[in-house]
Ligand binder design. Structure first.
Ligand code: ZN
Length: 336
């Protein structure tokens, strides 16, 4: 095998995914590997990435000289110029070098760093979006936190350091008593992320008079076992308490999406992330609301609301698309 190969990497708080592909990014040519995110020291992540790339190359009989670009999509915030992640709440260290340690091993190959939300919207753009929506596209992940990426007028929005579209920190309740990891109160992710849903439930359990029997049964009466997954499952089963918490997640998502649509006038918003395993509970009321009375949350015409087909892999696919677009000089990527 002597063809050219692109590498894509998705670095998250729980999983690191690495994929290789030919530059056409054809489905059948994508090969992937995944490992748990280690947090022993600030070089644990780069070491895992190097190891996974090396395994993929060996298993597929590919030499390092065939690599033409490595795309690193990581949870932010990033300093793209320095090639590091800084101040991330979930990765364990104040500064995590990525570009430099990986570049030492793959010195002949350009390495491109991008925020995972921004990568994901490129993944949707290349692998999923229709022609009539792809120039005005938003991706939102509802997972541990809430993140996003925006393509507006056919251009990816990056911002001054590559961290545009931190949509989860849009404030949806300014007088909220609930503080976000970022330090502000009332961010969207305080109510509608996996962590937010869990935290709001644990708090409300202390004071709520609503029936939480189904939820408590699911966790064998042990509150410490409650996560967003059980809350959604209990709500599905008719648990009044859990339904109330999920309703609040949905309500603040209407506010959050309304803000995004007012700012970017997008054709479609694609959702991904762990909470979207229950998209059939979360998204229909939002679509209904926008049909019935969009003006309550957005003055612009409401966007189509969709779920990505690649719930676990959209970041990785975005990293691959990012490298492809960079190498092609595609105008979707702003010049840096
Ligand atoms: Zn915040």
């Amino acid at each position: 095998m002597d063809e050219k190969i692109i590498v894509g990497v998705d670095i998250g708080g729980t999983w690191i995914r690495v994929g290789i592909c030919t530059p056409d990014l054809k489905e059948e040519n994508i090969k992937t590997k995944v490992t748990k995110t280690l947090k022993e020291n600030e070089y644990s992540i780069s070491k895992s990435v190097i190891l996974l790339i090396s395994d993929l190359l060996t298993e597929n009989n590919i030499s390092r000289d065939q690599l033409i670009g490595i795309g690193l999509a990581s949870a932010g915030p990033l300093d793209v110029e320095k090639g590091i992640v800084f101040n991330n709440a979930n990765l364990g260290f104040k500064t995590i070098p990525l570009k430099e340690p990986i570049g030492q091993v793959y010195s002949k190959c350009p390495i491109f760093l991008i925020n995972d939300g921004n990568a994901s919207v490129l993944g949707i753009h290349f692998f999923e979006a229709d022609e009539d929506e792809k120039d005005n596209l938003v991706y939102i992940t509802m997972s541990t936190g809430i993140g996003g990426g925006v393509i507006c007028n056919g251009r990816l929005l990056l911002g001054k350091e590559g961290n545009a579209a931190e949509v989860g920190h849009g404030i949806v309740e300014p007088r909220s008593i609930h503080q976000c990891n970022c330090g502000a109160n009332g961010c969207w992710e305080v109510y509608s992320s996996g962590t937010g849903v869990k935290d709001r439930a644990l708090e409300a359990l202390e004071t709520s008079s609503l029936d939480a029997k189904i939820l408590m049964h699911l966790v064998d009466g042990d509150k410490s076992k409650i996560t967003a997954k059980e809350i959604l499952q209990a709500a599905r089963g008719g648990d009044k308490f859990s339904k109330h918490i999920v309703d609040s997640c949905i309500f603040y998502s209407m506010v959050g999406i309304g803000l995004i649509n007012n700012f970017f006038d997008c054709s479609s918003i694609y959702f991904g992330g762990a909470l979207m395993k229950d998209h059939d509970i979360i998204l229909p009321p939002i679509r209904e609301q926008y049909k019935a009375n969009p003006i309550q949350f957005t003055v612009n015409h409401p966007p189509e609301i969709k779920v990505t087909k690649y719930i676990n892999e959209i970041g990785l696919r975005g990293a691959l698309a990012f490298v492809k677009y960079k190498l092609e000089g595609n105008k979707i990527i702003p010049l840096s």
